[in-house]
Design a protein around this ligand. Structure first.
Ligand code: AMP
Ligand code: MG
Length: 325
């Protein structure tokens, strides 16, 4: 359904009655449910085939509505002032009286909160007037959806309504930052760079590799196409399609011919989907600079590489990206 005023009103009514609504955010499309309704939240896990225990991010219309669910504090307030609405998720102490379904936090005493800035997400959250639990609207482990059609193709009738607000403009998920008693902890690289956050609140810690419980649901394998990936490839071999970055004559698809990391993030999941549909032997990926949004891109590519399963299909179709988005 198109994200008109009437469409948004209907979507809000669906959320209130416990149904699932996919909606655009500035990062990727989310699969939303009333975070205070345990049955609705449980349907999110079923629709995505997401293992229970992986906590969901709660989306709120305003900073005040978000902080009514999770405790603020001066650092959270400063971050919210600078980056909300926007692609930053803060993990904060859960307020026990907020009425959030237990499955949203996986029974934790912390909750992940975000105020998205996409106008359709913002209007929907205002109209629904409730905290909305919304993971990315893709089957668990697969590529995240950056268009309404991706959601329709992959979740089908498991979602009650898809609000179509056009392509997501950032294209990678939100940055997840945990604010506990100690140093702020970067749990997921994303739409706001670690450099931008550090400029405001000082150095960030990152969870050690042996501490997976710290970032629940951050799987080593994730965001995977069916075709295997080969990363940091300067050129493709004959049996590969090539995802380029910067000037390259050989790219089947180019994330950004001018080497712009924002453009690359926006194109990442769409181009991986297109290259996947070429059913090549492998997708070779050009090196991506590892700073700012490049960190989020490289993070997704590494997880996609680990998640990839072998495929044998017809030879590469070199036309998949003739008209890049
Ligand atoms: P998504 O898959 O986009 O819904 O993102 C959810 C991610 O947010 C999880 O994989 C966690 O990394 C993070 N997250 C959500 N809730 C919490 C929480 N209570 N504590 C720590 N991380 C969380
Ligand atoms: Mg996800």
């Amino acid at each position: 359904m198109l994200a008109t005023t009437a469409g948004i009103r209907q979507a809000a009514a669906y959320l209130r009655s416990g149904r699932l609504v996919a909606f655009p955010t500035e990062t990727v499309y989310g699969l939303g449910a009333d975070a205070t309704n345990p049955a609705a939240v449980s349907r999110v896990f079923q629709a995505k085939k997401r293992p229970v225990g992986h906590p969901l991010i709660i989306h709120a219309a305003t900073t005040a509505a978000a902080f009514a669910v999770g405790g603020g504090g001066p650092r959270a307030a400063r971050l919210a002032e600078q980056f909300w609405p926007g692609p930053l998720t803060l993990v904060l102490p859960l307020r026990p009286d907020a009425g959030i379904a237990e499955a949203v936090t996986g029974g934790r005493h912390t909750v992940a909160l975000r105020v998205p800035r996409h106008p359709v997400a913002a209007a929907l959250l205002r109209e629904a007037a409730m905290p909305v639990a919304a993971p990315s609207a893709n089957p668990h482990g697969r590529l995240s959806p950056t268009r309404a059609q991706h959601v329709r193709d992959e979740l089908g009738s498991a979602v009650d309504l898809v609000l179509d607000g056009g392509p997501a403009d950032i294209g990678v998920e939100s940055t997840v930052l945990e604010l506990g008693a100690g140093q702020p902890m970067l749990l997921r690289a994303g739409g706001i760079s670690a450099e931008e956050l550090a400029a405001l609140i000082g150095p960030l810690a990152e969870p050690a590799a042996h501490e997976p419980a710290r970032a629940p649901g951050m799987l080593r394998k994730h965001y995977a196409p069916n075709t295997p990936l080969r990363l940091n490839a300067d050129a493709p071999s004959p049996d590969e399609v090539y995802l380029g970055f910067g000037a390259s004559r050989r790219a089947t698809c180019n994330l950004s011919p001018t080497g712009d990391l924002e453009e690359a993030a926006r194109n990442l999941f769409t181009m991986l989907r297109r290259l996947d549909s070429a059913r090549a032997h492998r997708i070779a990926v050009a090196p991506i600079p590892d700073h700012h949004l490049g960190k989020a891109i490289n993070d997704r590519l590494r997880r996609a590489e680990r998640g990839a399963a072998p495929s044998d299909g017809p030879p590469p179709a070199q036309t998949v990206c003739e008209r890049p988005s």
